[in-house]
Design a binder for this molecule. Structure first.
Ligand code: NAX
Length: 328
């Protein structure tokens, strides 16, 4: 029998956590033949609710679920972790400046990065979901000098999936017919969903749409502002779709992208496409055997260049702000 894979989830008592844990325990994160052991990290006020969720996990009698540990100590939560989903974060509250937000999240992601550095398994893979996701990943990564930088990733898969459906609905295609779509930059309103290299049933997507006004005035803002639209409609932020994207992100990282396709992940930049080295920015990536590579050699047109640069500039500003705060 296989040794269980240790999966740590922070913010386990939150709404994404509630939508995520049952899917991990049922085998959708790593595969239907991979046993998992869950480590739930919460702040003290969240522990009781996390225990309630753990009771429900028990009540599912998932054959793959080999154990659940609940703690408010990051050193315990990340001990031997193979996969870490960093979901818990400090949300922006009314009147909060960006500097306050970054500082509050630094207080979460710096110690978690250090705990990962000191206690996680050698093959640790980290996905940061909690916002501001790219910069929180940068903070955690900086606190973990002994872990290869590439193991820290940020989630833009929800944006990617949102873009797939918007494009499918516009063209009448099936989502499964769309390949090579890319989210570039920051998981924020400046992100750039790029369809110039995308294909719909083998044909170029931008040419198939043939409408740059729709692209600029409908598609891009709809994808970029979808989170706000969900809050407006649901009275709460995206939860099940965010959990679904986290499952997709890790599943793709571990199991690989399909031949001829790629996905979008926030990963540490090696300078590709003029994105400053070291930033955690979304790129087109292929994955294989648990490793990923940034897709190289794409032609970036003027329309795309302006938008990628704007989002990367925002990431640079966030990096400079957390550097000034001594967080990286
Ligand atoms: P909730 O407020 O429902 O849950 C957050 C949970 O994190 C709470 O239970 C809280 O007690 C816990 N927490 C806070 N600090 C912690 C710490 N230091 N250690 C462990 N747990 C801690 O938020 P939820 O709706 O679940 O969203 C979680 C995060 O995901 C937010 O930052 C949100 O902005 C972000 N999102 C990111 C998305 C993405 O695409 N990257 C999309 C969805 C979502 O907006």
């Amino acid at each position: 029998t296989r040794t269980p894979v240790n999966v740590t989830v922070t913010g386990a008592a939150g709404q994404i956590g509630y939508a995520l844990l049952f899917r991990i325990a049922s085998g959708q994160l790593l595969g239907a033949d991979v046993p998992v052991s869950l480590r739930l990290l919460e702040i003290p006020q969240g522990l009781k609710a996390a225990e309630g969720t753990a009771m429900e996990l028990d009540d599912c009698a998932f054959p793959l679920l080999k154990g659940i540990d609940i703690t408010d100590d990051p050193n315990k939560a990340f001990d031997g972790a193979n996969v870490a989903l960093l979901v818990g974060a400090r949300p922006r509250t009314k009147g909060m400046e960006r500097g306050d937000l970054l500082e509050a999240n630094g207080g979460i992601f710096k110690p978690q990065g250090k705990a990962i550095n000191d206690h996680a398994a050698d093959d640790i893979k980290v996905l940061v979901v909690g916002n501001p996701a790219n910069t929180n990943a940068l903070i955690a990564r900086a606190a973990a000098p002994d872990v290869p930088a590439g193991r820290f990733t940020a989630m833009t898969r929800l944006d990617h999936n949102r873009a797939l459906t918007q494009l499918a609905q516009k063209t009448g295609a099936a989502v499964s017919d769309i390949k090579r779509l890319t989210i570039w930059g920051n998981h924020s309103a400046t992100q750039y969903p790029d369809i110039f290299h995308a294909e719909i049933a083998g044909k170029n997507a931008a040419e198939t749409v043939g409408d740059e006004t729709w692209l600029a005035e409908t598609f891009i803002p709809t994808v970029a502002k979808r989170g706000a639209a969900i809050i407006e409609a649901r009275g709460a932020s995206s939860a099940a779709s965010a959990a679904n994207a986290a499952i997709d992100h890790v599943h793709t990282w571990v199991n690989g992208t399909a031949e001829g396709d790629w996905t979008s992940m926030g990963v540490v930049s090696d300078g590709s496409y003029g994105v400053a080295e070291g930033l955690i920015s979304s790129f087109p990536v292929t994955t294989k055997d648990g490793a990923y590579e940034i897709v190289q050699g794409l032609d970036i047109n003027e329309f795309s260049r302006t938008r990628i640069d704007a989002s990367v500039k925002e990431l640079e500003e966030e990096r400079d702000a957390v550097r000034a705060l001594g967080l990286i």
